[in-house]
Design a protein. Structure first.
Length: 108
């Protein structure tokens, strides 16, 4: 009986781990911030990279991946800095509107 319960627990744990691994997806979009809503015109014509960096450093915005009109705040707030204003592919999993970042690479 105890062996059966342990076996069942192990099977459940392995199944949960497999689901977590399968939950990763790829998202392609532009690294921006969660404040400008993907439109940097309100910053007086500043380019997307400069606007994003200024909003994150000076206005406490967070780096976000813009996929069309959808924005996903990135869990890693350091690595996206090098890609501000650029098109990238982020691999990770969604948790609400936050994207748990595994990798960020330039998009083809």
């Amino acid at each position: 009986m105890l062996l059966m319960a342990i076996t069942r627990s192990c099977c459940i744990a392995f199944a949960a781990a497999a689901l977590c691994l399968a939950a990763d997806s790829s998202f392609t979009g532009v690294i921006g911030d969660d404040m400008c809503k993907g439109d940097h015109k309100s910053m007086g014509g500043t380019d997307a990279a400069k606007c994003t960096q200024e909003c994150v450093s000076g206005m406490h915005a967070k780096y976000a991946l813009w996929v069309g009109k959808d924005a996903y705040v990135l869990s890693d707030q350091k690595k996206p800095a090098q890609y501000a204003g650029k098109k990238v592919t982020v691999t990770g999993s969604l948790n609400g509107n936050e994207l748990q970042v595994k990798t960020i690479k330039p998009a083809n």
